[in-house]
Design a protein. Structure first.
Length: 347
């Protein structure tokens, strides 16, 4: 209640990116102190579900994860675990550091419980972020690392493949799983690997990269767009399956505004381009998850993400076939207790 009545109204008066940066800074400070994280963990009563969930040889304390984009620079794993998340996905990280697109680049559409962003893959760069993560001692929850191509339209073709490979090599050092993000809608060059031939080239190159750490092989997932037609999705899945991809993350943000119902045309037009997230994505996400499950005969695990803003949404996504779920926009609208509430409900 304190979030809905006090903190959220205050944060929602601020520019959305500033509000995010303040929350991020608070999380970063808390992450530095074990005592603070223990206290938060006691308040949220972070949920180790009865048996936990085993996937890819990893133990997930519960099914609710933090989606990529919130902790782009890898400062937050301790507080994310204390807030009751069962796993976290860092990134997207890219081979080279990037400031992203000019501001403003994050917008709220409260009537639709949605956000639009065109951050443009701002991050500290793969080497710095992975060194930072390696230096953190022990993670209480599995750590995914989401890799993308450096946001620079001059990096294309073979250079783009090598760029992904650099980020991949860094991620292998510390990730429990790696997500290959081919679906970011916010770069000048567009989604250059969301096409069967180019995806084939990329996955072939990544399949030749060593990915054993100790006695474990790091699982590799592919993150797909919300905007793929059924035919296009099937074509991409066929390529992924050829390279024995270990699972999928569905979905990334959408360039379409067709799913908005409660935001005015002028409000939407004033924002301009960017990826839509939040409640309007749920149906698209569930349809995509069902199609992936059907194509892979239910054999490949899917992390469902997109539009979970209440417990019923999480149950709907589980029914669509999601083995694990992730949240981002729902956290903004519901506050820091949201993950532990979802985890308990799904338990
Ligand atoms: C501000 C913002 C930044 C994001 N950045 C990334 C990113 O860097 N990489 C990525 O794979 N997804 C990114 N996403 C997409 C989310 O991981 C997620 O797929 C999407 O927001 C749908 O989930 P939601 O409706 O729970 O927010 C971002 C989303 C938002 C709102």
């Amino acid at each position: 209640m304190w979030y809905q009545n006090v903190l959220k109204p205050a944060l929602f008066r601020l520019n959305p990116e500033l509000a995010h940066d303040l929350a991020y800074s608070a999380g970063r400070i808390l992450s530095n102190y074990d005592g603070a994280c223990d206290l938060v963990s006691r308040i949220t009563q972070s949920c180790e579900s009865k048996k936990g969930v085993e996937l890819w040889g990893l133990h997930f304390p519960n099914r609710v994860g933090l989606a990529a984009g919130f902790d782009k620079n890898g400062h937050l794993p301790p507080i994310v675990a204390a807030l009751g998340f069962g796993f976290t996905e860092i990134g997207s990280i890219t081979a080279m550091a990037s400031d992203g697109n000019p501001k403003p680049r994050m917008f709220r559409l409260p009537g639709d419980k949605a956000l639009v962003n065109r951050m443009g893959l701002n991050n500290d760069g793969a080497r710095v972020i992975c060194d930072r993560l390696v230096a953190q001692t022990r993670f209480k929850i599995p750590l995914g690392i989401n890799i993308a191509k450096t946001h620079n339209p001059a990096i294309m073709g073979d250079r783009a493949v090598e760029d992904y490979s650099i980020a991949f090599r860094e991620a292998v050092r510390v990730a429990n799983y790696i997500t290959v993000n081919i679906s970011c809608p916010n770069t000048e060059e567009g989604k250059t690997f969301e096409e069967p031939d180019t995806l084939n080239t990329l996955l072939k190159a990544l399949s030749q990269e060593p990915r054993d750490r100790g006695c474990r092989r790091v699982p590799v997932l592919v993150k797909l767009s919300a905007d793929l037609s059924e035919g296009a999705l099937i074509e991409l899945l066929a390529v992924c399956e050829k390279f024995s991809i270990d699972g999928y993350v569905a979905v990334n943000t959408s360039s379409s505004r067709a799913y908005l119902h409660n935001s005015s045309d002028s409000e939407v037009a004033s924002i301009g381009r960017g990826g839509l997230s939040g409640a309007p994505l749920l149906q698209r996400a569930c349809t995509t998850i069902e199609r992936i499950k059907s194509f892979t005969d239910g054999k490949k695990p899917v992390i469902g993400v997109g539009g979970i803003t209440c417990i019923e949404d999480a149950i709907t996504m589980r029914k669509a076939g999601a083995d694990l779920i992730q949240i981002y926009t729902g956290l903004v609208y519901n506050g820091p207790m949201f993950a532990s509430n979802l985890a308990r409900a799904l338990d």
